[in-house]
Write a new protein. Structure first.
Length: 253
């Protein structure tokens, strides 16, 4: 879906997807949790680690900082951050207890502790001005962006940084068409080899439509600015199919 004002895009997304977001996604992630990490390597043809390393390069870290990974899944980002800066106080939030159970095991195996909250990230159960950094990777297509990004803004300290990475809606029509074709193929292929359950199979079209209705890199930068973030920096990779954003909550004074 081509350019739309963000408010309109949000209400169209809400109208089209709220039933999947509310009723189906938890069943999908409960099903994929045991093979989620492996499936991502397969689906990305081995590029999954490269995506994460590329995202990590955009992230600035300082000792003793407090970080939150939103929609943390199996804790890939929290663990990568702790490997770089083991003095971090790291928190994770996700609605899927099954994904976080795998994440807890992954963190323990790497020798780290990540404080976990199970819940819906549209309301973050943390005080205002609490975190130095917040990260969000590969989940925004399932969220009411303005609401979640506002919550992230609220819990960030003044001067705190928000880092975002996701598949984006490419602005080039040929790349756009190719990316949906590729996504359809990998969803079919991973469902076949990992024997996905009924809920996951039924959501295959949703995953393609959710990307189709999502933001391009420049549009997401505009959303961040409209919510009050400053120093917004959006970069794309893979011909606009992947986006990396950094945004800062203004310091006081
Ligand atoms: C594709 S996974 C991404 C996990 C992780 N960020 C990564 O990069 O590997 C999407 C995650 O978002 C979570 N999620 C989706 N909607 C959510 C919501 N409203 N509140 C909390 N978690 C949500 C799912 O449970 C799932 O673990």
């Amino acid at each position: 879906m081509d350019q739309l004002p963000a408010d309109v895009r949000e209400s169209v997304r809400d109208e089209k997807f709220s039933s999947v977001w509310g009723n189906d996604l938890d069943k999908v992630f409960a099903n994929v949790a045991p093979y989620y990490d492996v499936a991502n390597y397969v689906a990305s043809m081995g590029l999954w680690g490269w995506f994460r390393r590329r995202f990590m390069k955009t992230i600035e870290l300082h000792p003793q900082e407090r970080g939150l990974d939103v929609c943390a899944g199996t804790n890939a980002i929290g663990i990568a951050l702790l490997k770089r800066e083991p003095t971090l106080e790291m928190h994770a939030m996700d609605r899927s207890a099954e994904m976080q159970a795998v994440g807890k095991r992954n963190a323990e195996a790497a020798g780290f502790h990540i404080e976990s909250v199970i819940g819906d990230v549209h309301t973050l159960p943390f005080p205002d001005n609490h975190f130095d950094i917040v990260t969000l990777q590969f989940a925004s297509r399932h969220l009411r962006i303005q609401q979640v990004f506002s919550e992230i803004y609220r819990v960030l300290k003044p001067g705190g940084r928000f880092y975002h990475c996701d598949m984006m809606r490419p602005t080039n029509r040929i790349v756009d068409a190719m990316s949906y074709g590729y996504l359809r193929f990998v969803l079919w292929f991973t469902a076949l080899i990992f024997r996905s359950n009924e809920a996951s199979l039924q959501c295959k079209e949703y995953f393609v439509s959710a990307l189709r209705m999502f933001y391009s890199v420049p549009e997401l930068s505009d959303v961040l600015r409209s919510l009050g973030y400053i120093n917004v920096n959006g970069k794309s990779a893979q011909f606009g199919m992947l986006g990396f954003h950094r945004a800062v909550k203004p310091p006081v004074g």
